[in-house]
Design a protein around this ligand. Structure first.
Ligand code: DGL
Length: 268
């Protein structure tokens, strides 16, 4: 497929497919190119410098293909590097849709002052405080507790859903949300919707907020459906078969997943 009217969607791995699935629903005639940086995941325990390096390579790759719109289907990227990416790539003609910044309003909707929102996220996202700052722009009187969840991305990527260690890790993090009497728990990493069955062993399903529909809705306010036939191409940086297997819960991929080599990070 040619890429000039294509929407780029990026994440470190299969997490962003939870967003892609909703994008395809609201923009069924659009063409998408999904990029999963599987050689470099998890992003959530890396420095901003590393994440920015990976992100720039992906956006430059999109640019060489002629992509003009990019959806950041990664909370960690949205939290740490979106502003830098916007500054560098907007003048080059890329329109970038960040995640946290686009969904904060919906995430806070219906809650009243004093209510507690807990955010399950990668360590890097939690440390950035981005969810708290964006939600407080909507309602400064909400209490926001950001809970880092190291290891959750690996549970999803390696499909460790039945492992005792996974259960213990999830129970441990959910304990914090319960102690804080969370009225809402945001799945603040795009990998976490894969964990919803496990997470809802500890709290009612309705309490969890998956940002993917909100992000897709905000993108579809700007990008309109065409009369074309929709399609998705997949690019990753490591292990296409693993990617396909881990993706299955959200996306059955019946075509070739292209594996490409990107520059390696090195500290000078
Ligand atoms: N899925 C990504 C996010 O939403 C990144 C997970 C990771 O690579 O640690 O933050």
């Amino acid at each position: 497929m040619t890429y000039s009217d294509t929407i780029g969607v990026m994440d470190s791995g299969v997490g962003g497919l939870t967003i892609l699935k909703e994008l395809v629903q609201v923009l069924p005639s659009s063409k998408f190119i999904y990029f999963g940086d599987t050689a470099n995941l998890p992003y959530g325990c890396r420095s901003k410098e590393e994440i920015l390096f990976f992100n720039k390579n992906i956006l430059n790759f999109f640019l060489t293909l002629g992509v003009k719109d990019v959806v950041i289907a990664c909370n960690t990227t949205s939290a740490l590097t979106y502003e830098d990416l916007e500054k560098e790539f907007s003048p080059k003609g890329l329109r970038i849709f960040p995640l946290i910044q686009s969904i904060a309003h919906d995430a806070a909707e219906g809650l009243k002052s004093g209510d507690c929102i807990c955010v399950l996220s990668t360590a890097a996202t939690a440390k950035s405080g981005k969810y708290a700052s964006e939600i407080k722009k909507v309602n400064p009187d909400l209490k926001v507790v950001e809970i880092p969840c190291p290891g959750f991305t690996e549970i999803v990527e390696n499909r460790l859903y039945g492992a005792k260690e996974s259960y213990i890790a999830i129970e441990d993090r959910m304990k914090i949300a319960l102690e804080n009497k969370a009225k809402r728990i945001i799945l603040g990493c795009t990998h976490y919707p894969y964990l919803l069955d496990l997470l809802s062993e500890f709290a009612p399903r309705e309490i969890f907020f998956n940002p993917s529909k909100s992000l897709a809705k905000s993108v579809s306010k700007v990008i309109k459906n065409t009369n074309d036939k929709g399609d998705v191409d997949f690019y990753i940086t490591k292990d296409p078969d693993e990617f396909k297997n881990s993706a299955k819960m959200f996306f059955e991929i019946n075509k070739e997943v292209k594996c490409i080599k990107m520059p390696e990070f090195s500290r000078v």
